[in-house]
Structures are given as structure tokens and as C-alpha cells.
Design a binder for this molecule. Structure first.
Ligand code: ATP
Ligand code: MG
Length: 259
């Protein structure tokens, strides 16, 4: 197929990271793990990442720290994986799951049994030990049948769900069940962003490595310190600062045009 090979693009190319990400998603589609809608979602994300300057901002860092604290404190954490996360950060999701002792659950918006199985196999090929999602036996209240499928021992019973790139409705339904929801979403204005307990406004390809090192760093901290990080975290304020980070990046860019 006419997919450009990464080897055709030198790492010095100014859009190298973004081209690499696109290539991984196209490969995900070809392997049957990413849906076509996932490509559109990535495009929307990229536009917002451009506004951020394609960096992890201070508010994103603060959200990542709170997310790491929540995951470390959780009794039954679960990491949810969709087709985009499986294509972009499979190794990192498996690594994070191992570090916090959590299972993974395949949870996709446009569900087909075939795609769920392929994603689960893909995660197992990176060493995942416990992957839920292939045989859901429960449903999240308030969602239609296909969208609400969940697993006991996995998302259905979790106290903290890490669900990068989740849809707003499903996020809301998990929060209504009393779960704490950590999401990664480059859109600070989306329903997902506004509903979650902790919203990391960062690209998932930067957020995952950051979370893995934070969990390693903070793993030795006292429980009381971790609780304090969670208690003093204000998601609305962090979202507001993420919007401000976009605005100030844009105005700095604009002033360099004018010089
Ligand atoms: P709403 O939640 O208000 O319905 P939405 O923003 O969820 O809207 P979708 O197109 O359904 O719209 O979901 C895609 C979301 O995923 C976008 O908000 C986009 O910013 C985010 N996204 C896509 N790719 C990435 C990525 N690589 N890293 C982080 N976020 C991403
Ligand atoms: Mg949405």
C-alpha cells in the first residue's frame, strides 16, 4: 500500500514525531486494531496539540502527578485500552499496568468482537498478563447495550479507571457509578475533559511515558502525601490553565510572525 515508511523521513524532520504517530495509526488500521474513526479523532487531537506547542504544559504535568497518585492509591485500578491507545502506546500501557499491578481491559467505542480480540492479542504480545474485554459479563448503567459492555474484575468493579481517549458519555457513566476516572484528552473543552476526575490535556504519546516515570518516582511516597496531592487537585482550574496555555502559545507564535 502507499503508506510512507518511517525510514523515508529523517528524524530531523520538523514534523517527525507527528508523522511517526500517524504512521502507527495507519498501521493500526491495517492490522485491524484501530477503527477508521480513530484516524479522525487523532486529527482533531493533532490540531489541539498544535495549539499547545506539542509539549507537556505545567497544568498537564500537574494532572499527570495527580493521576499517578490516584493510580498508586487505588485498590482496584484498571487501565482501559481502545484502538488508538493500542496503536500508539501498547508497550507503555502494559508497562504502566505492571507497575501499578492493574489489569487492562479492551474497551472500544465501535465494538466488533474481531477488533477486541486483535487488540487483546496485541497487548499480550507486549507481555500483558491480564486482559479483560473479550468476554464482558456486566454492563455500565445508562449506556446502550454495545457501548456499556464491561467486565467483572475489570472496569465494572474498578475504583479508579485510567481511560485515555474516552468518549464523553461513557466517561460520565463511569463517574455516575462512583468511579474516579483519569483520562487523557487534548481537548480541554470536551465533555470527557469536563466530566473526568483528572483530565490530562496532553498527547497520549507524551502522557504515558510521563506517567510511567511519575509512578516510579512517587511509588515510595507515604500514603498521606499521595492523598494530599489528590485532595488539593482541582481539575477545573487545571483545565482553565490548559486553555490559557494554548492562548499564550498562540499569541507568542503570532508575535514572531509580526517581527
Ligand atoms: P466530546 O467529548 O465533547 O463529545 P470529543 O472531543 O470527544 O468531543 P471525539 O472526536 O469523539 O471528540 O474524540 C476525540 C478526542 O480525543 C478529541 O477530544 C481529541 O482531542 C482526543 N485525542 C485524539 N488523539 C489524541 C492523542 N493522541 N492524545 C490525546 N488526545 C487525543
Ligand atoms: Mg466524544
Amino acid at each position: 500500500m502507499g503508506v510512507p515508511l518511517l525510514s523515508d523521513v529523517p528524524p530531523s524532520h520538523p514534523r517527525y514525531a507527528s508523522l511517526l504517530t500517524r504512521e502507527k495509526l495507519v498501521e493500526g488500521v491495517e492490522r485491524g486494531i484501530t477503527g477508521l474513526n480513530g484516524l479522525i479523532a487523532q486529527g482533531r487531537g493533532e490540531a489541539l496539540d498544535y495549539l499547545l506547542g506539542e509539549v507537556t504544559t505545567p497544568p498537564a504535568e500537574e494532572a499527570e502527578r495527580a493521576a499517578a497518585a490516584l493510580l498508586l492509591l487505588a485498590e482496584r485500578p484498571v487501565l482501559s485500552v481502545n484502538g488508538n491507545a493500542a496503536a500508539l502506546v501498547p508497550r507503555e500501557m502494559v508497562d504502566l499496568a505492571r507497575k501499578i499491578g492493574a489489569p487492562l481491559e479492551v474497551n472500544i467505542f465501535y465494538r466488533t468482537e474481531e477488533r477486541v480480540r486483535r487488540i487483546a492479542d496485541h497487548l499480550r504480545s507486549f507481555g500483558a498478563e491480564e486482559v479483560f474485554g473479550e468476554t464482558p459479563d456486566a454492563s455500565v448503567p445508562g449506556l446502550d447495550h454495545a457501548r456499556g459492555k464491561a467486565s467483572r474484575g475489570g472496569i465494572f468493579d474498578a475504583d479508579v479507571v485510567f481511560v485515555p481517549l474516552e468518549d464523553g458519555d461513557r466517561c460520565e457513566a463511569l463517574v455516575r457509578m462512583g468511579k474516579r476516572v483519569v483520562t487523557v484528552d487534548l481537548n480541554p473543552l470536551s465533555r470527557t475533559a469536563r466530566t473526568s476526575t483528572v483530565t490530562i490535556v496532553d498527547n497520549v504519546v507524551r502522557a504515558l511515558p510521563n506517567l510511567i516515570s511519575l509512578v516510579g518516582e512517587m511509588g515510595g511516597q507515604r500514603e498521606a502525601e499521595l492523598r494530599e496531592i489528590v485532595a488539593s487537585y482541582d481539575n477545573r482550574a487545571v483545565l482553565r490553565r490548559s486553555v490559557e496555555a494554548m492562548v499564550s502559545h498562540l499569541s507568542r507564535q503570532f508575535s514572531t510572525f509580526e517581527e
